[in-house]
Design a binder for this molecule. Structure first.
Ligand code: ZN
Length: 517
């Protein structure tokens, strides 16, 4: 009897609370498990495109934001208070390009041989993203659903979404390393490009299982993908002896059309002028990567004037509002491999477990450097001084800065994605890599307001998550970051996090540090 009465009471209070919270002025809001952040500077780029900045109050209840405004709300129920005086509260950050199943600092052989390091890496992984304020992550290539699900199932982890498994178009770059005879076995979900006469399928293959319709539908319905990704890779150092097929423009247009009818955005891996031109012609939704190949490296390495053809293309990409992820750190990370001080950067201790960090300082841990040295071609070899290789990498990085700046001036649709941990590079560590990526954006001339927009609401909108995340607005998830510094004044503010509120739970930043593992 008592229980029934109690349930009835709760029922009534829920109803009245819902009613009251929609009223303005002084009506009390009832919360069950709330957080009230008092006197904080609220900074949010909202769904309507307007940047809000005011000193006021934010109220959450369970995992939702229920109030944000200048006036202190009148409250009833259970809630904690955070004194936000002198603090800046922003929405949780969104990184729309991370590879959660890949390890920063270990290749496949190491993963097999060093299971202890693997375990501590994945144990720390979600915490490292949270340590730097990333509460929503999108993995564009879910090639290992088991690992992704393990991370998702942790009690404390960012919200994780994927684009399903990256779409491999028959005989493309991703499939090139395997013997043509075995490819059908290793890549059961390949897409058949019927417009390419070089691709001939054996009779044993049922073409219907490899159609655009089937592949895109599987991503949405079987793999829970909220997006899809494919690639146009026209080669880089080390791929000179490889042979692969590029997707045809027609198959890409078909994919774009199908993605549209399923309501998901399509990302195209494209880092060269030719690849981005292709992506623009096919009208893909998002170009993944900045344009670091302006043409052949030997022709363009020392050129810093953006050619007219390239300007024109970037202006078109901007005009079409195609999303654009510059991913500076793919190149900056390779540069940092040749900076011996990088491994001593104290930020690494917060995002990489100490056993992995110690191993990376060992002879075996220097594998990334040896690997890069093998693909120097005419540009460098193992005898070349590190500083020279680093400065060459810097001039490639400058290409991204110049092209991103042009796109930005043309009001392009920049989306924040770090591609962590590109090339399994320890210099692209989870969380911290995103912060370093932000610094590159600022160097490319992006304003701090637009950076915040790109790392919150723009990502949310592009991936259809803006009903839940991306701004501080009533009804959205209670994912909030409290900073000690104003992120509209200094990019360093993103490394001055005091608290992270994740799904309505409060954590001190230090809780997420790898030093606590
Ligand atoms: Zn990537």
């Amino acid at each position: 009897m008592r229980n029934v009465a109690l349930a009835l009471l709760i029922g009534i209070s829920l109803i009245s609370c819902k009613h009251k919270s929609t009223r303005k002025n002084n009506a009390a809001i009832h919360v069950d498990n709330g957080i009230l952040i008092e006197n904080t500077t609220v900074i949010s780029t909202n769904n309507n495109g307007i940047v809000e900045k005011f000193i006021g109050f934010i109220l959450t209840d369970n995992d939702k934001i229920v109030y944000s405004g200048v006036d202190k709300p009148e409250l009833k129920g259970n809630y904690k208070i955070i004194n936000g005086t002198g603090k800046f509260t922003i929405p949780g950050l969104i990184d729309s390009h991370v590879h959660l199943s890949s390890i920063a600092g270990m290749n496949y052989k190491h993963v097999r041989d060093l299971p202890e390091l693997v375990d501590s890496y994945f144990e720390q992984l979600p915490n490292s993203y949270l340590y730097f304020g990333y509460t929503t992550l999108i993995d564009p290539n879910n090639y290992n659903p088991k690992i992704i699900n393990q991370i998702k199932d942790k009690d404390i982890a960012p919200d994780i979404y994927t684009c399903g498994e990256q779409v491999k178009i028959m005989n493309d770059f991703m499939m090139a390393e395997d013997d043509p005879k075995d490819r059908y076995k290793f890549y059961p979900n390949f897409l058949h490009d019927q417009y390419n006469d070089n691709v001939i399928l054996p009779d044993t293959i049922n073409i219907n299982n490899h159609s655009v319709k089937k592949i895109v539908s599987d991503i949405v319905n079987k793999q829970d993908g909220i997006c899809m990704k494919t690639i146009y890779e026209d080669g880089f150092g080390g791929t000179e002896d490889m042979v692969w097929e590029l997707p045809s423009l027609n198959i890409m247009k078909d994919l774009v059309q199908q993605a549209k009818s399923e309501g998901i955005p399509i990302l195209l891996h494209a880092n060269s002028f030719a690849a981005q031109k292709f992506g623009s012609e096919a009208n893909v939704d998002i170009i993944a990567h900045g344009m670091w190949h302006w043409g052949l490296l030997k022709d363009y390495l020392d050129i810093s004037n953006l050619p007219e053809t390239h300007k024109e293309l970037l202006s078109t990409i901007a005009k079409k509002n195609i999303g654009y992820q510059p991913t500076f750190r793919v190149i900056a990370g390779q540069r940092d491999v040749f900076n011996s001080n990088f491994i001593e950067d104290s930020n690494l201790e917060d995002v990489l477990p100490s056993n992995l960090l110690n191993w990376l300082k060992s002879e075996e841990g220097l594998w990334q450097k040896k690997r890069i040295l093998t693909y120097g071609g005419d540009h460098f070899n193992p005898e070349t001084p590190d500083s020279k290789i680093a400065s060459m990498m810097q001039s490639i990085l400058d290409k991204i800065t110049i092209t991103t700046n042009h796109l930005y001036i043309e009001k392009g649709n920049l989306l924040f994605g770090s591609d962590t941990p590109a090339m399994n590079n320890h210099a692209n560590p989870p969380g911290y890599n995103g912060y370093m990526e932000m610094k590159e954006w600022v160097k490319a001339g992006v304003s701090l307001e637009d950076l915040l927009r790109s790392v919150t609401i723009n990502n949310a909108k592009e991936f259809n998550l803006d009903d839940f995340v991306g701004s501080i607005e009533t009804g959205k998830k209670a994912n909030l970051i409290l900073l000690d510094q104003n992120p509209l004044e200094k990019v360093d503010a993103y490394n001055k996090i005091s608290k992270v509120i994740l799904q309505g739970n409060i954590y001190d930043r230090q809780f997420f540090s790898a030093k606590n593992q």
